[in-house]
Ligand binder design. Structure first.
Ligand SMILES: Nc1nc2c(c(=O)[nH]1)N[C@H]1C(S)=C(S)[C@@H](COP(=O)(O)OP(=O)(O)OC[C@H]3O[C@@H](n4cnc5c(=O)[nH]c(N)nc54)[C@H](O)[C@@H]3O)O[C@H]1N2
Ligand SMILES: Nc1nc2c(c(=O)[nH]1)N[C@H]1C(S)=C(S)[C@@H](COP(=O)(O)OP(=O)(O)OC[C@H]3O[C@@H](n4cnc5c(=O)[nH]c(N)nc54)[C@H](O)[C@@H]3O)O[C@H]1N2
Ligand SMILES: [Mo]
Length: 708
């Protein structure tokens, strides 16, 4: 297909479906989840009546998760923001008054140009993956902020450590095709809970299990997925590097290495194996808080069963050693030669296979300017420093007051009277409560987008099923209009705002999302995408690393990377070390993974899902509970020196002793004491990549005395 044909087809896809009669509109799930489902939106009489999984997509396979099957309930919610508003109460109080779009833009234009004239870098975007689409994500927003020369945002809140770990060892975010896991005979779920976090992969894992595959979970608590595995290793949070070294130790000791693969396709294995020699199963077992026999059994299974696949996910890298944990685990298939098999190897993310266009958000609009970068995982600190302060903050696709670590610091920052905050949202979230100007954004049913995934290899289109509800406008439209507005105000002072890229329509932005001439789009990938709305890329077929082919300089898997001060993965204590003086005050390690029917803080306000999730709770082991006189059903306060969060106790041996599981992320304002779990978490960063360390957190728990 010619470039012209692709542009024309995208233009047609970007138009709202003709919904006079009953129609099925092809769509894509926008949420931050590895599964990025293909969806069918049924519209009748101008109203969405159902949102279903696309039966023709190999991973979606006709079903959606419980959350997204309620997408229409969320979009039509009476709580949707309907019109622009300006704040009339105190910051955080949530009192607003409706204004027109013109009034909102006039206020934003005044404040942004005033701040910009003083210092463009006093302007900061804050966004993450509320939608993962290229158009409603950074496609247009990024152009706007680059043209302004605003501070850059380092988007580290989820995956930065793991991405750094993959880069150091494999040269990029690449791995086996997750869908190929169905052919594996041994599956390690290493720090991932697919039944909750990417349920479509679970169907493939079950298929493998029915065909005889043995499943191991490596997870500090017995998650729904761990419950269904044959074996479970409940290690202490943050100790994965030692476990991976100990597996390598046994592979080496017992002659289970694939010497031929190591010699041909890897670099510096000798250094990694020398480090592994120090990590006997018994030493690692002590560090990880497990049994040496478990390490031996896992290592022997791993060294002898093929194909062996490891599914990691980002949950395991929210620690001081998050990046090193990922590269240490990624080393295992290189040692045992499992990369030779199509259904073997490992995968954390497949996003590196997608030929994304690095110029989508037009960093070139910065010209000679090189603004500072602010780490989103330390936004609390960034908003509270007086040197070179952030004076204007534009938040979209994220709910930082709820999801960023150390909420009390974040709230202090957002509460600053001299900070001008604009929030683009669907709902009146915790963050929206702090906005000066609140703008109603469209949902995936009401806007166009193009998507790739990090848990499979398909690209997808989302046709708008409806025109925007109430006065909502899409992110892309809002940033396009803000660019126009600021161009008028700043004129030649900021010439980059006049670039045609800032006037591009949604279909043009979608065209800019990918490198369409890349071999991954060869054959009929593009026609299929434009015809059916989803298409598998021509990438990672067979065993992509059977003969090396990593993204490193020499194509070899890199066991020790000399570009960093500590070339080998390090076994290091957690930031909040369970052996430290701090642990004497706060002896429990808290992890805060999602319950099944929330997605980060999205859906926390959908009534039917709130009922399904049940009340916010903490899992605590019977030993830890009885030591504190805590029983199931009791209200307890989880606390440390940063804050406290009241939840319902669930006493269960699903939590290992010394570890509590605080399901999250709920909205602060829905909690009995107005605090969610992130009042407990810290802004400390991971070893590489500057990632958030949510699960590296010491707390204690006390029963809350019944009042009255
Ligand atoms: N339903 C639902 N689905 C989601 C999300 C959601 O909020 N709800 N979030 C989405 C997003 S943004 C992401 S990034 C993915 C995350 O996907 P996952 O990584 O699969 O999800 P998590 O539950 O964060 O973490 C997985 C498991 O890691 C375990 N874990 C914690 N610390 C450690 C450790 O030190 N070592 C090991 N080995 N395991 C550890 C946790 O106990 C948890 O069971 O899921 C996505 N899907
Ligand atoms: N304690 C703890 N904290 C965590 C985690 C954890 O496991 N434990 N997980 C972390 C992880 S992995 C992640 S990825 C982050 C996620 O943090 P966020 O990316 O902030 O995700 P959400 O909380 O889901 O908030 C997304 C917001 O975007 C809005 N939104 C969705 N679509 C659109 C749109 O088209 N336009 C606009 N303007 N808004 C839209 C939604 O309404 C929602 O309020 O949270 C992190 N925080
Ligand atoms: Mo995430």
């Amino acid at each position: 297909m010619t470039e012209h044909d692709i542009r024309d087809a995208l233009e047609a896809w970007s138009q709202v479906a003709d919904a006079s009669g009953p129609v099925e509109v092809q769509a894509a799930c926008p949420h931050d989840c590895p599964d990025t489902c293909a969806m069918r939106v049924r519209v009748d009489g101008g109203r969405v009546v159902a949102v279903k999984g696309d039966p023709t997509h190999s991973l979606t396979a006709g079903t959606l998760c419980t959350k997204v099957s309620r997408y229409a309930e969320r979009s039509y919610s009476p709580d949707r923001l309907k019109m622009p508003m300006k704040r009339i109460g105190n910051k955080g109080e949530g009192k607003f008054q409706a204004i027109t779009w013109d009034e909102a833009y006039a206020i934003i234009g005044d404040r942004l140009s005033e701040v910009w004239r003083r210092n463009p870098q006093a302007i900061l975007p804050y966004s993450y993956a509320g939608t993962m689409g290229a158009v409603q994500g950074e496609g247009m927003a990024g152009r706007f902020f680059h043209a302004l020369g605003a501070s850059l945002l380092d988007r580290t809140v989820c995956s930065a450590a793991g991405v750094a770990g993959m880069r150091l060892s494999m040269g990029g975010s690449i791995g086996m095709d997750s869908e190929a896991i169905e052919g594996a005979r041994l599956i390690l779920l290493w720090g991932t809970n697919p039944i909750t976090s990417h349920v479509h992969l679970w169907a493939k894992i079950q298929k493998a299990k029915r065909a005889g595959a043995i499943l191991w979970a490596i997870d500090p608590y017995r998650s729904d997925s761990a419950e269904k595995c044959h074996h479970h290793i409940a290690l202490r949070p943050g100790t994965d590097v030692a476990l991976a070294y100990a597996i390598a130790h046994v592979l080496q000791r017992d002659g289970l290495l694939d010497d031929d693969y190591i010699a041909r396709h890897t670099r510096a294995a000798d250094r990694f194996l020398a480090a592994a020699a120090d990590w006997s199963p018994s030493r690692a077992a002590e560090w990880c808080g497990i049994e040496a026999g478990q390490v031996e059994a896992l290592a022997h299974a791993y060294g002898s069963i093929r194909p062996a696949a490891i599914r990691l996910n980002y949950g395991m890298q929210r620690h001081a050693s998050g990046a090193d944990a990922v590269r240490a685990v990624m080393a295992l298939p290189a040692l045992a030669g499992h990369w030779r098999d199509a259904s073997g190897g490992a995968v954390l993310s497949t996003s590196g296979w997608v030929p994304r266009n690095p110029n989508l958000a037009r960093p070139d609009l910065l010209g000679q300017r090189s603004p500072r970068s602010i780490n989103m995982s330390a936004i609390g600190a960034a908003l509270n420093t007086s040197a070179n302060p952030v004076e204007a903050l534009l938040v979209y696709n994220s709910n930082p007051v709820a999801i960023a670590p150390d909420s009390n610091a974040v709230r202090r920052g957002f509460a600053r009277e001299d900070l001008f905050t604009v929030v683009l949202e669907h709902f009146q979230t915790d963050t929206a409560d702090y906005a000066d100007i609140l703008l109603p954004a469209t949902t995936q049913l009401e806007h166009f987008d193009i998507h790739s995934a990090y848990g499979h290899l398909h690209v997808l289109l989302n046709r708008p099923a409806l025109a925007p509800l109430a006065q909502a406008r899409s992110n892309s439209r809002i940033f396009r209009e803000l660019a126009q507005l600021m161009a008028m105000r700043l004129g030649e002072e900021c010439a980059a705002l006049g670039d045609p890229a800032l006037a591009a329509g949604d279909a043009e932005v979608a065209f800019d999302a990918f490198e369409w001439t890349h071999p991954a789009f060869a054959d009929d990938v593009i026609p299929r995408l434009l015809r059916q709305g989803h298409s598998r890329l021509n990438a990672a077929r067979g065993a992509p690393f059977a003969a090396g082919g990593f993204r490193t300089e020499d194509g070899r898997f890199c066991f020790a990377n000399d570009s960093v001060p500590q070339p080998l993965p390090q076994v290091r204590p957690n930031h909040e070390d369970w052996r430290s003086a701090r642990a004497a005050r706060y002896p429990l390690q808290a992890i805060s993974p999602p319950p099944r029917h929330l997605l980060n803080s999205s859906f926390a306000n959908v009534a039917s899902l709130r009922d399904l999730n049940g009340p916010p709770s903490v899992l605590i082991h019977p030993q830890d509970a009885s030591a504190r006189g805590i029983q199931t059903g009791q209200a307890v306060r989880v606390f440390n020196d940063r804050g406290g969060h009241q939840v319902r106790a669930e006493v269960s041996d699903r939590a290992r002793p010394g570890v509590v599981v605080v399901f999250s992320v709920f909205w602060h304002k829905d909690m009995p004491d107005g605090n969610n779990v992130n009042v407990l978490t810290s802004q400390a960063l991971s070893d590489h990549g500057g990632g958030a360390t949510f699960y590296d957190c010491l707390v204690d728990i006390e029963a809350v005395a019944a009042s009255g």
